[in-house]
Design a protein around this ligand. Sequence first.
Ligand code: HEC
Length: 146
Amino acid sequence: MRRALSAVVAFSLGATAVAAQNVDIIKERQGHLKKIGDAVKPVGAMYKGEADFDLATVQAALKVIQEKAPLLPPLFPDDSKTGADTEALPIIWDEKADFEARYKKLADDAKAAETAITDADNFTDGWKQVVGNCSGCHKKFRKPKS
Ligand code: HEC
């Protein structure tokens, strides 16, 4: 119903022949990704040696990743390719299986890291494994930062 209505509005505004896009779902996935980013940020500072190692903060970030990653694959439907300043690249929809598998791997690696990371000594290797998933996916599926 909402889709039908926004299509009519887009048409009456003389918008070009782009199908109405589901902006709500784009915002929803960006919200989850932002929460992941916020949780990961303080741990990134530890990784770079800019903050002291704190296991509780690392574990909390790993929990957020495990909670959010499985929510993401369904939030990239066909009608969410443009709008809301999305940084999603069209290749997502050409290589859906690869894209979705990366969220699964991210969650699995975060789970493994929960046990693997126990102190400052094994933190660096364990964390690198987890965040390699972020950069790997962003490189292929997210618009580069200008
Ligand atoms: C399977 C692919 C994939 C993985 C894995 C992934 N991301 Fe992303 N990320 C994306 C895509 C695609 C976008 C752009 C979403 C949009 O704008 O619609 C994005 C956007 C973001 C954003 C911006 C959100 C906003 O405010 O709009 C942050 C922050 C982010 N990712 C952090 C991370 C971190 C940290 C990790 C790893 C723990 C991670 N991502 C793992 C694909 C991924």
